[in-house]
Design a binder for this molecule. Structure first.
Ligand code: SF4
Length: 750
């Protein structure tokens, strides 16, 4: 209760992308409780899920790292901060000199603060002149980024969570929202309970708890749902349910990379083969369900789609994203309350921290590709790269660096002829568990000069050359930006344990030692809160003239706010933006020239990220070309996902007693008919094997998939049952995101 704490400090939960805002209860300088923020628009009436309620306990686990470690004679030994940072400086300078500036990489996280990601991005791209930096959002959101960029011309959703309560139909696809975004799901469930006429459609290979509130569950074989989306589009047009006015004003039909122009008639011809019966044959989804879903989607008056990893983590993830946007364009479901094509983000700060600050190998702050010369020149000039860079080129490299899977494939070479990336800093993420086809990458992490910044000795830390003990979010503070473009400041609640340091401080130490003291102006500050404020000001100044402007979200305002600020927010007196692309709601319309954009004076809705202001409707073949197919030897399709109690590799949730006891170890769900054929009973152990690797897993028999489909959760306490040993490392050709969702496996009783 409030009587039992000395103070409540506002912040945000860091255990999923929902972005629930919280208050941390502090007593005698220690965190002792968490409560939900009932004022916030970002959570639901103060509710928190089991992860959020217990998050503070992470900070006091005995496994906390409190001293730097350096590998000596094969063993990680305690060292001083000076010793560890000097070693990093020596090695990085040596690699830069011997192998060039791209030989040292940074791999960040959607769980770093925005100030941290921005600072590392500035050091690497501006200070070192190297784009060899990427982050774990590559493994979860890159296809959504490329989907928004190719369809709408600008990343991130047009609408916000507020659309949920205005929708008449909610289409959930590629998202087990009830377990991956629990409090957001409860918001949807509550709305459905109060408004039973609202239609909920769930399109997923598994009949999960999310489907429990659905009016319609559309099953599909993993990897085939693009055919469902094209089939729904065909059904909509065949019945004349499309919005012709919206199409004529806002649609541009195209193929391939989007450079050519096609027509609505060509599009109709293209999707004609996706009859409900054909789609049923390809996907396993009943033809009647496709017809019903098409009708509800098109005729509701306000349809909102929400999706997550089920679409993104695919070899054709960008195309899957494009096809969802298509459905919204042809039915006119953009720009109205309750109508939106909304990608849920996986991590709490993948949007704000990584996408918006451009902390991926192909982006710059403002989420604009590094290849776009005018923006590159703007960032170069804002950062004063010519004056400060230690790279003789004195410029930002116009060539993108390596996306995650390529980066870790290129890591750990011993000489100039071997793999080109020799050293890496890995912050707040655990790639030795999260990368697909792990057997391939673990030796590379081990062979490289790997620096890991974390609060616990993760599997990656155990392979590292240097481990730096980090401060936890509530011990340092910083900004997180969730799925709905909302940036929220977590205030520092307590002091970090002796021996630990915030990532931002570490970034600044690296900058100073590498000769970038003046370039990172906040590197000489002592106070971490002041450092973060300076980094934030630098970032919001750099992006003030982009459509992602947060110029009005000053630190002062963020400190005072209990709801955060949604971009675009051009000035302190602007309330922030619920709906983009609509005149009267989106401030970009007030002064488009300021943002380098043209918006016709008479346009009420305009997709200004695209040169003609129209959304690309892509003709995308549904055939999953690169995703794995079943064979005689590997006859099952395996897909992956989350459980509600665990968060990613379990670094934190496996150390909270309340969550560690629930689903700590991985297992395999097998359809009851398949279990019969294989002679399996509940709890039997099986060997699950793909061409890449195998796991021994206990069996859970279910009837919530199609026959031939099995499911393995992504979490495992010890790491020896990690599904990542089996998963495919094939990536989407455009986004570089790996296909965790479709692997062909065999299952053998042992
Ligand atoms: Fe935290 Fe997500 Fe649970 Fe909200 S739903 S409390 S953000 S883990």
């Amino acid at each position: 209760s409030t009587q039992e704490v000395d103070k409540w400090v506002k912040g945000v939960c860091r255990m999923c992308g929902t972005g629930c805002s919280i208050y941390v209860g502090v007593k005698n300088g220690k965190m002792v409780a968490i409560k939900g923020n009932v004022d916030s628009k970002t959570n639901t009436k103060g509710f928190l899920c089991i992860k959020g309620m217990n998050i503070w306990k992470v900070a006091y686990h005995p496994d906390r790292l409190t001293t730097p470690l350096i590998r000596k004679n094969g063993k990680l030994e305690p060292a001083s901060w000076e010793e560890a940072l000097s070693l990093i400086e020596t090695k990085f300078k040596e690699f830069h000199k011997k192998y060039g500036y791209d030989s040292v990489a940074y791999y960040g996280s959607g769980q770093c603060t925005t100030e941290e990601s921005y600072t590392f991005n500035k050091i690497w791209k501006g200070g070192f002149g190297s784009n060899m930096m990427d982050g774990n959002p590559r493994l979860c959101m890159a296809s959504a980024v490329a989907g928004y960029l190719s369809s709408l011309g600008s990343d991130e959703p047009a609408g916000a969570y507020e659309d949920i309560e205005n929708a008449k139909c909610i289409f959930l696809t590629g998202s087990n929202t009830s377990e991956a975004h629990p409090i957001l799901f409860r918001r949807i469930a509550r709305y459905k309970k109060e408004n039973p006429n609202v239609k909920i459609i769930v399109c997923e290979p598994r009949k999960t708890q999310t489907s429990n509130i659905a009016d319609l569950w559309m099953p599909s074989l993993p990897g085939t749902d693009l055919a469902i989306f094209n089939g729904m589009a065909r059904e909509i047009i065949k019945n004349n349910w499309q919005d012709n006015e919206f199409i004529s004003k806002h649609a541009r039909f195209t193929q391939g990379d989007g450079s050519n122009v096609s027509s609505f008639d060509e599009y109709i011809k293209f999707i004609d083969k996706y009859t409900p019966e054909y789609v049923e044959k390809v996907t396993g989804c009943p033809a009647a369900s496709i017809k019903q879903a098409a009708e509800w989607f098109a005729k509701s008056g306000a349809t909102m789609s929400l999706w997550c990893m089920g679409l993104n983590q695919r070899s054709n993830g960008v195309w899957a994203n494009n096809l969802i946007h298509n459905l919204h364009v042809i039915t006119g479901n953009f720009g109205k309350p309750g109508s939106d094509s909304f990608s849920l983000t996986g991590q709490p700060n993948a949007c704000g921290g990584v996408r918006e600050t451009g902390s991926l190998s192909h982006l710059l702050p403002g989420c604009k590709p590094v290849v776009i010369e005018p923006w590159r020149k703007h960032v170069e000039s804002y950062w004063k790269v010519a004056e400060h860079s230690i790279n003789p080129a004195k410029a930002i490299n116009p060539k993108p660096g390596f996306p995650a899977v390529k980066l870790f494939s290129s890591l750990g070479g011993e000489n100039e002829n071997d793999k080109p990336v020799k050293g890496i800093v890995i912050s707040t993420t655990n790639p030795a568990q999260t990368l697909p086809n792990l057997n391939k990458f673990i030796p590379n992490i081990k062979n490289a000069f790997t620096v890991v910044i974390d609060i616990f000795p993760t599997r990656t830390a155990q392979l590292a050359s240097v481990v730096l003990p980090a401060a936890f979010l509530y011990e340092k503070g910083g900004v997180y930006g969730c799925s709905e473009r909302r940036s929220f400041l977590t205030e520092k609640a307590v002091e970090a344990p002796d021996g630990t340091k915030p990532d931002l401080w570490i970034a600044c130490q690296i900058a100073k030692r590498m000769g970038l003291e003046k370039f990172i102006a906040w590197s000489n500050e002592e106070d971490i809160v002041k450092m973060a404020e300076m980094a934030w000001n630098d970032y919001t100044g750099c992006t003030a003239n982009s459509e992602k402007t947060l110029a009005g979200a000053t630190y002062k305002r963020l400190k005072e706010s209990t709801t955060g600020v949604q971009w675009p927010c051009p000035s302190e007196d602007h309330p922030g933006t619920y709906k983009r692309y609509v005149r009267g709601m989106d401030p970009i319309f007030d002064d488009p020239k300021k943002y380098g954009l043209n918006i016709p004076a008479d346009a009420d809705m305009y997709f200004y990220g695209r040169p003609d202001g129209k959304i690309n409707v892509f003709m995308r073949d549904a055939e999953p070309k690169d995703s794995e197919k079943i064979s005689k030897e590997y006859p099952f399709l395996m897909t992956t996902g989350r459980v509600i109690e665990q968060w990613h590799t379990g670094t934190m949730t496996m150390r909270i007693p309340e969550t560690a006891s629930a689903h700590p170890n991985s297992y395999i769900e097998i359809h009851v008919q398949d279990a019969k054929k294989l002679g399996l009973s509940q709890g039997d152990m099986v060997r699950v094997e793909s061409i890449r690797g195998m796991n021994i897993l206990p069996v859970k028999i279910v009837n919530m998939t199609l026959e031939g489909v099995c499911f393995v959760p992504m979490h495992d306490q010890k790491g020896n049952r990690m599904v990542n040993f089996i998963c495919s490392d094939v990536v989407d050709a455009t986004s570089g995101e790996p296909d965790y969702k479709v692997s062909a496996v065999k299952i053998v009783k042992i």
